[in-house]
Design a protein around this ligand. Structure first.
Ligand SMILES: Nc1ncnc2c1ncn2[C@@H]1O[C@H](COP(=O)(O)OP(=O)(O)OP(=O)(O)O)[C@@H](O)[C@H]1O
Ligand SMILES: [Mg+2]
Length: 274
């Protein structure tokens, strides 16, 4: 199988479209023939619910797995993986994960619990997408430590520069301490309302603060009530409203993500063979 890529979908600001992006990018990649695992790393379990499962009913979850690892057990991760009919796998979450935020503080290799958990199953997937919670605590640090890349959804409705500084600092800290190869895969503008120029203003503010080095995806995902409805129905936007503008946007974003990964792999190959 092709080299895998683990992507954390991360922004500590709430309600910016992280979960929607994890779900629809994940299903988009699966529709493009990729083997995809989604990880819900939010104790609210929104991704789990958006895919149609009730987190409260699930005994096996990410929280349970991480708890066992911190107790020096070696759980079989495959037993927790759910299979969705749209072709993606899921490690679900529920409130069991919330206690990990505190118990990880005293755990050995506390930043690497998720990374260690994923090592034996990474080879089974081409893409692993981790839906992060809206905070920069230990669980998110675990997600960033396990990831090759971060994709940052940014809502085009206010100037996000200040909040992004905190996120960039956390990414830098993770690079310094636990994951030197972590890259910013890109910023995706979400919840874009065509009637305003806010997306353009936000992009120029990001450029002013973080320079041209940070990639901003060409694709912007539009505001549309269908996107919220799809999440409530346990389906991706492709199944719920396949011809709509949100589906088209996530299809385009999927292509950009695949192209970005392939470009980097080519670059890696060139530098290895040089
Ligand atoms: N393109 C869209 N158009 C309209 N509503 C959307 C769109 N994308 C997401 N939403 C809705 O906006 C809300 C926030 O989206 P989402 O849950 O994806 O954000 P989040 O960043 O994961 O939030 P949190 O920080 O709480 O985890 C949800 O109710 C979702 O259904
Ligand atoms: Mg979410």
């Amino acid at each position: 199988m092709a080299k895998y890529e683990t992507i954390a979908i991360c922004n500590q600001k709430g309600g910016v479209g992280k979960t929607t992006t994890a779900l629809n990018l994940g299903v988009g990649l699966a529709r493009a023939g990729k083997k995809v695992l989604l990880i819900d790393s939010d104790p609210q379990g929104d991704l789990t619910q958006s895919l149609g499962w009730n987190g409260d009913d699930l005994e096996k979850s990410l929280g349970r797995l991480m708890y066992l690892v911190t107790r020096d057990c070696k759980p079989i991760v495959e037993d927790t993986i759910l299979h969705h009919e749209e072709g993606v796998d899921l490690i679900p979450s529920n409130l069991d994960l919330s206690s990990m935020e505190v118990s990880l503080v005293n755990a050995m290799s506390r930043e690497k619990v998720l990374d260690n958990l994923l090592q034996p199953i990474k080879k089974n997937y081409e893409y692993i997408l981790i839906d992060c919670m809206p905070s920069l605590g230990m669980i998110t640090i675990n997600a960033l430590t396990a990831a090759d890349k971060v994709i940052i959804p940014v809502q085009a409705q206010y100037l996000p520069a200040k909040g992004m500084t905190q996120l960039m600092k956390s990414i830098d800290r993770v690079k310094t301490h636990t994951n030197p190869d972590l890259k910013i895969g890109g910023i995706v503008m979400t919840l874009v309302d065509n009637r305003t120029n806010l997306a353009r203003d936000v992009i120029s503010s990001i450029r002013t603060h973080y320079g041209m080095a940070v990639r901003i995806f060409d694709t912007q995902t539009p505001v549309a009530v269908k996107a919220a409805e799809a999440a409530k129905s346990g389906q991706s936007i492709f199944d719920y409203d396949g011809n709509g503008k949100v589906a088209k946007a996530y299809e385009a974003l999927t292509k950009e993500v695949i192209r970005g990964g392939e470009r980097e792999k080519r670059r890696d190959t060139v530098s290895i063979t040089r």
